[in-house]
Ligand binder design. Structure first.
Ligand SMILES: [Zn+2]
Length: 617
């Protein structure tokens, strides 16, 4: 095929396409067809079936009047129609006798089965960007709602949103001289991927065109020599939209971090999702500085400073929610590496009774933080959710009548309700120096990010003794051992007993995915490990499904070991405290250990045996 053929095809003006262009092929699958199928396979009952027949068309018309705005008016006609599966999904039906929602995925999978096609739930984190955006022309993909999935031995597999839209794909096969295998995916998935992937990629390509670069990567080297590496401006409209697409995509994927890393000949973009890094995009190396500059500008960093690490933040919005981004840059061999940490206020700041507390622990902890003065310690390793507990606690007690000051290293999330001070050791703004001056700021409540040394600990004690409530964290394994830690730091026993309101230790346990949860029993080995009486124990696990990316877990819940400073306990805290004795008294006074709390979560079906072993080991 000639180059002009290819060009015409890319632009959608190839003669082979014209016949179908003029008169769009009608979707052959009707709402009625799909409703029949669902009814036949018992996914809906008689009543639901009748309702769909009666209201389906009107519902479709309503949906079609709300097109996704970015795609709506551009280059598409076929996708303008909501698929029958989407129309039926929009009724939010429950599958009879299951309490499960009838989802677009479930309907799509059923249609695939019935039509003998393979079904795929597209996981955007597993797609290879080069394949997705290079194999099939963008205009064609958008027009026909197809997403290239992979290429193996000359066969390009594509996901299609409409199983009956065959002609254009046959034409393309012909024109490009490639073999195409079609598999079926939900229309919502296909639209989402097309918008996000091609949106980002289109911006990147357009930015290159602005630079006078062709979009072919092979020409880049040559152009480096012609033009400066930093030629493209971060103010370039395409760079601005590429960064926007990237952030939006990260929010949609529930990513916790974005890594943008310069390599010798490309820049790679990765997301961390549920603790694991995934490759997302590769962009031409010459655009890396512009993307980094744009992010530095947004986070108010010094754009010209490229040899020193910098930290900044961006406050933005997604789906009517504030989101806070912490941006950090680091000079590496091939340029500046950027890591963006994403803070979702809904996770960092929650209602205290929603983060996993059991009633007894919740009641005690609430009393600790409602006292007018004293120290409340939250302990646990990094990543155990201490910051969420602290922020949520401060939010609970915040009111216009009290002055809350936090000293953090660094500030995790900027909150208007609190006065926050970030530690900056480089200019000698340390925990110590801030705390020495902070009482003059007349705080009622003080939050100290972490007690690491004697200086900070003494300041906390002084603040508590002078009538302030102090919340802080300690890096210890359980609540009772915090007492030894404080003694080791050099706080005398009588100051510990007179200032501490209470101590909690916490962990986060992954929650079992509700979609693929199944019942099982503990094995003999597991029973022995947990030191339980020999009998049958009912527990649950997650099999792994699309909803949880095959992990069997979704979301996390906290467990909180609460050490109450009872008179009996205080009497035993001396400069030569015996830990076993402290532990015994705490237990006798009602303390439930992390392990016991974790087991309770397991027996209630919130988490698994494996998870409690890995977290409370
Ligand atoms: Zn699952």
């Amino acid at each position: 095929m000639s180059n002009s053929d290819k060009k015409q095809l890319r632009e959608g003006s190839h003669p082979m396409r014209r016949a179908t262009d003029k008169k769009p092929q009608k979707l052959m699958l009707t709402i009625k067809d799909v409703a029949k199928l669902l009814h036949h396979r018992s996914r809906i009952d008689d009543e639901q079936y009748e309702m769909i027949l009666k209201r389906g068309d009107a519902q479709a018309a309503r949906l079609n009047s709300h097109l996704p705005k970015n795609l709506a008016k551009k280059e598409i006609y076929l996708p303008e129609l909501a698929s029958p599966a989407q129309v039926i999904t929009s009724f939010s039906l429950e599958i009879p006798a299951t309490q499960k929602k009838l989802t677009e995925d479930a309907i799509t999978e059923l249609i695939a089965q019935a039509s003998g096609m393979e079904y795929i739930k597209i996981d955007p984190l597993k797609l290879e960007l080069d394949v997705v955006t290079d194999q099939i022309p963008r205009a064609f993909a958008l027009k026909n709602l197809v997403v290239p999935i992979d290429e193996k031995e000359g066969v390009v597999t594509i996901a299609v949103a409409d199983p009956f839209n065959v002609r254009p794909i046959e034409d393309l096969q012909h024109a490009l001289g490639i073999q195409i295998k079609r598999i079926f995916a939900s229309r919502s998935d296909v639209l989402k991927i097309l918008e996000e992937f091609f949106g980002f990629q289109a911006s990147v390509k357009a930015a290159q065109v602005d630079m006078g670069l062709s979009s072919e990567l092979s020409n880049l080297e040559q152009l480096f020599k012609m033009r400066g590496r930093d030629e493209i401006e971060s103010s370039d409209q395409h760079i601005i939209s590429a960064v926007e697409f990237l952030l939006k995509y990260a929010f949609d994927q529930r990513a916790s971090d974005i890594h943008i890393e310069p390599k010798r000949d490309k820049s790679s973009i990765r997301f961390r999702v549920d603790g694991v890094l995934h490759n997302i995009h590769t962009v031409p190396v010459n655009l890396h500085p512009a993307i980094v500059s744009r992010l530095k500008l947004l986070s108010r960093l010094d754009v010209a400073e490229k040899r020193r690490p910098q930290d900044g933040r961006i406050k933005t919005e997604h789906m009517a929610k504030d989101i806070e981004l912490r941006v950090s840059t680091l000079p590496v061999a091939f340029g500046e590496k950027v890591v963006i940490r994403i803070f979702d206020p809904e996770i960092l700041m929650q209602k205290l009774d929603r983060i996993g507390f059991y009633q007894r622990e919740y009641k005690l902890y609430s009393e600790f933080i409602r006292k007018p003065n004293g120290i409340v310690l939250v302990t646990g390793p990094t990543g155990s959710g201490k910051t969420t507990t602290l922020y949520s606690s401060l939010k609970t007690i915040a009111s216009p009548e009290i002055n809350i000051i936090t000293v953090e290293d660094p500030i995790e999330m900027v909150m208007e309700d609190f006065n926050q001070v970030g530690v900056q050791s480089a200019i000698d703004v340390t925990f110590g120096t801030v705390l020495r001056n902070i009482l003059r700021q007349d705080p009622d409540v003080l939050m100290i990010g972490e007690i690491r040394d004697a200086d900070t600990a003494n300041n906390a004690v002084q603040a508590a003794l002078t009538g302030h409530l102090v919340l802080s964290t300690l890096h210890t394994n359980d609540a009772p051992s915090s007492i030894t830690r404080l003694l080791d730091i050099g706080i005398p026993a009588f100051l510990i007993t007179s200032t501490i309101n209470g101590i909690i230790a916490q962990r986060l346990l992954r929650s079992i995915c509700q979609e693929c949860k199944y019942e099982t029993t503990l094995t003999d080995e597991e029973i022995t490990y947990l030191d339980l009486e020999k009998k049958d124990y009912k527990v649950w696990e997650g099999k792994g499904c699309d909803e949880c990316r095959g992990t069997g877990y979704k979301g996390r819940t906290g467990i909180f070991e609460v050490l109450e400073f009872t008179e009996r306990l205080k009497a035993k805290i001396t400069d030569r405290t015996d830990m076993t004795e402290i532990y015994a008294i705490a237990k006798a006074d009602g303390m439930v250990s992390l392990r016991e709390l974790a087991m309770q979560k397991m027996f209630e079906g919130h988490t698994t045996f494996k998870e409690i072993v890995s977290v409370t080991g």
